[in-house]
Design a protein. Structure first.
Length: 337
């Protein structure tokens, strides 16, 4: 199967590696940056004949089976719709899916009308640090997930935080129902350009059944990503950068006691998990998409954007709680990358 990549910055070059490993033949690359094209041709051993300065012309001349959209968010809608209109059957779009909910809706509608499969590159269901944790939280020993607390260093809500929105949805099998968010007082310089604004701060989300998501993405934090999964009978602590897991849960004979009876006799364990990697999970996403398996769809990507929109509205209003669903501004565009 032939694949084209639209946007060949650092992430786009990783997509070339993942796609080749998944069995695709690279049929073309496009980027507005001549330097990015030159770097990609050298690093990824791409023939000059496959480098295009016009994405639509590339789609028409190469007629690929699959396309990766790895540009920044403001152009995702344009390129996804163009790929669907060109007859591309499989489209993988980088996150965040779009700059507005209206763009998400257009992308989903264009792919549905063309019979194309649309995926968003939220890879959590293919990463051991989430698949293993989901399996653990669902055991009788832990008794089900009740909260997910993320402490991470100087992340943006869009560039990095939206991955945790999808991870939370995957782990709970529920969507976020409402959000409260508090912005840091100063914007952090965005590595993708001064035109982009991606706020840091603190966030609290909750599902309809009461499972909580709390994220600390303070701009004054310097290193590390740790997640605490709070369960009915215990806790799981994951150091995502180091690949360490520590779990502790009550002994069976104490599980039915009230949760206020902390300090009960418990079982503790430590183990290693695979450290975060973006290439292999993307390969697995492609395989799931091509085989008709479960993968992060456009609708899942839209939910993550909806959480982002709600978080930004809350942060602009000193943490006022914002409900997801009907009532969010559909057409408002946000300058996240």
């Amino acid at each position: 199967m032939k694949l084209c990549v639209i946007g060949v910055g650092r992430m786009g070059r990783r997509h070339i590696i993942a796609a080749r490993n998944a069995g695709f033949e690279l049929a073309g690359i496009f980027d507005v940056s001549v330097d990015a094209l030159a770097t990609t041709m050298t690093e990824c051993h791409v023939d000059k004949a496959l480098a295009f300065d016009d994405a639509v012309r590339m789609l028409k001349s190469m007629r690929p089976d699959a396309v990766v959209i790895s540009t920044t968010a403001p152009s995702h809608c344009e390129f996804v719709c163009a790929a669907a209109g060109a007859g591309v059957r499989y489209i993988l779009c980088e996150k965040p899916m779009a700059s507005s909910l209206e763009e998400c809706d257009r992308m989903i509608a264009a792919c549905r009308a063309a019979g194309a499969r649309l995926a968003v590159n939220h890879q959590m269901r293919f990463m051991e640090q989430y698949t293993d944790i989901k399996a653990l939280t669902e055991t009788p020993e832990f008794g089900g997930l009740r909260s997910m607390v993320v402490t991470a260093s100087n992340f943006g809500l869009a560039m990095n935080g939206c991955h945790y929105f999808e991870a939370f949805r995957y782990l709970t099998d529920e969507e976020v129902a409402e959000i409260s968010c508090w912005f840091d007082p100063n914007n952090v310089p965005n590595p993708r350009g001064p035109q982009y604004v991606d706020r840091s701060g603190q966030l609290r989300g909750i599902t309809a059944s009461g499972i909580r998501l709390m994220i600390e993405l303070g701009a004054d934090l310097g290193h590390g990503i740790e997640v605490i999964y709070g369960c009915r009978n215990g806790q799981i602590l994951v150091d995502e950068l180091a690949g360490h897991v520590r779990g502790i849960h009550r002994l069976p004979e104490y599980r039915d006691l009230p949760t206020t009876r902390y300090g009960m006799p418990a079982t503790e364990f430590q183990r290693k998990i695979a450290q975060a990697d973006v290439t292999k999970p993307t390969e697995d996403l492609w395989r799931a998409m091509l085989s008709g398996g479960v993968y992060p769809t456009g609708q899942n990507g839209r939910h993550a954007v909806g959480v982002l929109v709600a978080a930004n509205l809350s942060g602009e209003n000193a943490g006022r709680t914002v409900a997801l669903g009907h009532g969010l501004p559909i057409e408002r565009k946000f300058m996240w990358a």
